[in-house]
Design a protein around this ligand. Structure first.
Ligand SMILES: Cc1ncc(COP(=O)(O)O)c(C=O)c1O
Length: 388
């Protein structure tokens, strides 16, 4: 029976993060620092808008592209915050989370044999979709440059088969942000190339230092960039499943076909809730960011004091310290830390093989949880004489 199934699907692995969180559930007293979503409740006004939508029987399909009011609001958001104009009529799709936007974007542009450049370590949601499209991921190891992609790295990876470059800033798993000047250098290299850019900006509203720059706002980039965003992280709405895809009309008109045949439209109730997020919740991310910032500084200082080498994140809610000095493989270290000390972290290899020698810690947990988790980590590392 199995052999009748699509071999590409059979070869896909269960995501490393899932694999590890399944293990975590066997250790109910562990402090869980693997969490990839905000630990705040969805703001009340958004929940109310969802309930209202149900009461008013807003429970039928919407336009395939999503409610026009929500596309209008998403257009205003992109213009006000990042200075880019997208026509709500034909340049914006409301998707079922950023995930479906990523899937739709890749399936719209990729053909068999195309290459997609992925700076790694990276979020594990891209590579399987690229493979399902028959395309080939080309990985660039950014660990050698504090997780920052440069033009010279890109130059070496581009071939005549390159169809797309994936960018994700603020980044999961490292929390790294590329500054405007760094993005401008990439943009000026890409300007003369026929390469699409898929810019996953789902953590744009979780930027702590400086301003987020949307890649599409850079000279010459709007025409070849598909921007993915959404409300999952910004408004603590991961379970509502609402994302946004912004792209020029020529791309969106094709992408809407892929999206429609996949899902018809995003959940109508959730679209009404997301409308409240955009219209009334512009200050919601800042309230959460205030807490994330306190936690980031706390976690960073503790890790540095323990002797970990770690790049200070400027966005998202993850930290990606090196554990190379502990002389253990990432998975082994994470497993031992979980089973022997009761702290769950994600092995770096969940984010590509280049993540070997790192672990990901999330600070989307209360300060008291972080304190206890880091106390246990410190005690464990000392007691095992792991520090070289
Ligand atoms: C970088 C990145 N992109 C996309 C997603 C998926 O977002 P959504 O829940 O909106 O599908 C995640 C979720 O963790 C992520 O970290």
């Amino acid at each position: 029976m199995k052999e009748w199934l699509n071999p590409t699907v059979r070869q896909l692995q269960i995501p490393g993060i899932r694999h590890f969180s399944n293990l975590v559930s066997q250790f109910p007293h562990a402090i869980n620092l693997t969490v990839g979503q905000p630990d705040f409740a969805t703001p009340d006004h958004i929940k109310k808008a969802g309930c209202e939508a149900i009461k008013l029987n807003e429970t039928t399909y919407t336009h395939n592209a999503g409610l026009l009011e929500l596309r209008d609001a998403a257009s205003v958001f992109m213009h006000k915050k990042y200075g880019i104009n997208y026509n709500p009529e034909n340049e914006i799709l409301i998707t079922s989370g950023a995930s479906e936007g990523i899937d739709t974007a890749f399936r719209t542009i990729l053909q068999q044999g195309d290459e997609v450049i992925l700076p790694v370590p990276n979020y594990p949601g891209y590579e399987p979709i690229i493979r399902l499209c028959g395309a080939k991921p080309v990985l660039i190891d950014t660990t050698t440059n504090h997780f920052k992609l440069t033009v010279s790295m890109l130059e070496k990876a581009v071939t005549d088969k390159t169809k797309c470059l994936l960018l994700n800033f603020p980044n999961n798993p490292t929390g790294v942000v590329l500054q405007k000047e760094e993005l401008e250098e990439l943009a000026s290299f890409l300007a003369s190339k026929t390469i699409f850019i898929l810019s996953d900006e789902i953590y744009s509203e979780n930027t702590y230092e400086g301003e987020h720059t949307s890649f599409a706002s850079l000279p010459g980039m709007r025409e070849k960039t598909i921007v993915i965003n959404g409300v999952s992280k910004s408004h603590s709405m991961t379970g509502w499943r609402i994302g946004f895809l912004f792209a020029p009309k020529e791309i969106t008109e094709e992408a809407i076909k892929v999206h429609s045949y996949n899902t018809i439209c995003a959940s109508t109730i959730s679209q009404h809730a997301a409308l409240s997020a955009l219209l009334k919740g512009s200050l919601d991310p800042a309230l959460m960011n205030k807490q994330y910032l306190i936690r980031r500084d706390y976690m960073f200082n503790r890790l540095v004091k323990m002797g970990f080498e770690v790049v200070k994140p400027q966005g998202a809610f993850y930290m990606f310290p090196s554990i190379k000095h502990l002389n253990l493989a990432s998975f082994d270290f994470a497993y031992r830390l979980l089973s022997e000390a009761g702290v769950a972290v994600v092995p770096g290899t969940a984010f590509s093989a280049e993540g070997e020698g790192y672990i990901r810690l999330s600070y989307a947990s209360s300060l008291s949880q972080l304190e206890e988790g880091l106390n246990r980590l410190e005690k464990y590392v000392k007691s095992q004489h792991l520090v070289s």
